[in-house]
Design a protein around this ligand. Structure first.
Ligand SMILES: Nc1ncnc2c1ncn2[C@@H]1O[C@H](COP(=O)(O)OP(=O)(O)OP(=O)(O)O)[C@@H](O)[C@H]1O
Ligand SMILES: [Mg+2]
Length: 499
């Protein structure tokens, strides 16, 4: 237990292990982050076992869709995921009744299911099982079970503690992606392996696997995919699930920087390095020391900066602009691009040697239209719940016609476009009942009053640029608004206009 050694007096004073106090503190800091949910539950179980002076703790969740109990953690490290019907064993009993259960001799209890012990050779003796939920009256989300107290049976005091901890855990779950669907009955919805990342389609499996593997190492990762697919989200997930999680995650957007400024942004500058440099500024490379540096839209890095970056990637050394001192920084690098880097290389616009350094591990994030209609609806419900909470709207309900429109759309702006649709519908439907008229009209964005006329013979790049330009104009010069109409990100607008 970190911290316990530093405050022995407080510990002795309270007469209980520090871990009883710190369970929530540990978990609370993880709630807003894209943590691996299994790891989060694992942490919770470890803290619980320690707090209860028990040999093990297990957490079972009630799966709202299947109506059974599922666990992935801590029961048996050798079994990755277990399911069992609601009502089986002690855990099932508590999930069904919602009442805390204490057993002093498991083998003698008819409700005890010995099959897990039989499979592992573990011998369960004493057990305490408590329901997990947000409040004593809320539907049961799962159960937490602690096994084999170090000395003697569990006491009444233990019962009260576990009940309180289980409630706190319920509160934590409600703030993660492992929450229940709004307004629904018991259980939680399993939406995906990472907190705040929704998706269970086959198309996403390869992404999750690679994100998990990449997070275990310091290897450079290149995230590829269309705009709005979640590249930035996954970059954060890699950092948050890596050994560098406690250190900074620093982003540099290579599109928004004019050539000369990139170098100073990355490596910093000394006072007087150029006009206006009135003080020393540390670069992002320095700020990310110990952590992760995320270079977004790496394909847009100006050619004159590519050499400097390459040197840094090779030697981890750099100089501030206008400085002579050579500095070192320990950073893990992540990159993202929506561009075809191979084409840029063949056109001589992206250095080949840099290209190989950048794409040590490649993760291709699939466009939303390849993830299937179920996934679109799952994401839509997730965003509906989220924005209803944020905007103080009642529990949202999406009309059949709305679901049909969502399922049929081809999502050129991917998850970001879907997120915007749902947020705006939630705002426009104050009673929470989302109807088709709350969705954006089917018209494509029409720049100007009469639309825009493009001459034949333009390259696709040039045509795109002009169309985007016209849309920005038609949006009164507001790039964010233009981005919304086009179903792309604001950065993408900026990038296209720069071409
Ligand atoms: N699987 C997902 N679950 C929940 N939210 C998601 C998911 N994928 C993307 N989002 C949300 O969609 C929006 C766009 O995602 P993100 O910014 O990561 O996309 P991107 O690929 O980096 O886009 P760009 O190419 O424009 O930079 C964000 O608000 C993000 O939180
Ligand atoms: Mg991004």
């Amino acid at each position: 237990m970190k911290g316990a050694a530093e405050v022995p007096a407080a510990r002795a004073m309270l007469g209980l292990p520090m871990s009883r106090l710190s369970l929530l503190v540990d978990l609370a800091s993880l709630i807003p982050r894209e943590v691996d949910l299994d790891a989060l539950l694992q942490t919770a179980c470890e803290r619980l076992a320690e707090a209860m002076q028990a040999d093990r703790a297990t957490l079972w969740l009630v799966d709202q869709e299947q109506g059974d109990l599922v666990t992935r953690v801590a029961v048996l490290p050798e079994v990755p995921a277990l399911r069992q019907p609601l009502g089986k064993g002690l855990a099932g009993h508590v999930a069904r009744t919602g009442e805390l259960l204490r057993v002093d001799d498991a083998a003698a209890d008819p409700r005890f299911d010995p099959s897990a012990d039989a499979a592992t050779g573990y011998e369960t003796r004493t057990v305490l099982v408590a329901p997990v939920r947000e409040s004593p009256k809320a539907p049961v989300r799962g159960v937490v079970q602690v096994l084999n107290k170090a000395e003697g049976p569990f006491t009444e005091e233990d019962e009260r503690y576990l009940a309180a901890l289980a409630l706190q855990l319920g509160g934590v779950l409600a703030m993660t992606t492992l929450r229940a669907d709004a307004g629904s009955g018991p259980g939680v919805v399993l939406r995906g392996p990472f907190n705040h990342i929704v998706g269970r389609s086959e198309a996403m499996d390869a992404v999750y696997e690679r994100v998990q593997l990449a997070a275990q190492t310091d290897a450079a990762v290149l995230l590829r995919g269309e705009t709005g697919t979640g590249k930035t989200l996954f970059a954060r997930a890699i950092h948050v699930n890596s050994a560098r999680q406690a250190a900074p995650f620093v982003t540099v957007d290579c599109t928004t920087l004019p050539g000369q400024l990139v170098e100073s942004e990355l490596f910093g500058h000394e006072r007087g390095a150029f006009t206006g440099a009135d003080r020393r500024v540390r670069g992002k490379v320095e700020l990310a020391h110990g952590g992760t540096l995320f270079l977004d839209e790496i394909g847009d890095l100006p050619p004159e900066s590519q050499g400097k970056l390459l040197r840094f990637l090779q030697e981890r050394r750099f100089e501030r602009v206008g400085g002579r001192e050579t500095l070192e920084s320990d950073v893990r690098l992540l990159f993202a691009t929506h561009r075809d880097l191979e084409t840029l290389v063949s056109e001589g616009r992206f250095r080949e040697d840099l290209y190989y350094r950048v794409r040590v591990v490649e993760i291709e994030v699939p466009p939303l239209r390849e993830r299937g209609a179920d996934e679109v609806l799952r994401l839509a419900r997730h965003f509906a719940d989220r924005y209803a909470r944020r905007h103080g709207r009642p529990t949202p309900q999406l009309d059949e016609a709305v679901l049909a429109r969502l399922a049929a759309h081809d999502w050129p702006g991917n998850v970001r476009e879907l997120e915007h649709w749902i947020e705006s519908a939630i705002v426009l439907a104050p009673d929470g009942h989302v109807r088709e008229r709350h969705l954006p009209s089917l018209r494509a964005p029409r720049p100007g009053r009469g639309g825009v006329t493009l001459p034949r013979g333009l390259t696709l790049d040039e045509a795109t640029r002009r169309y985007v330009e016209a849309t920005v104009e038609a949006s009164g010069g507001n790039r964010s608004e233009a981005a919304r109409r086009l179903g792309i990100g604001r950065n993408t607008v900026t990038r296209i206009l720069k071409r």
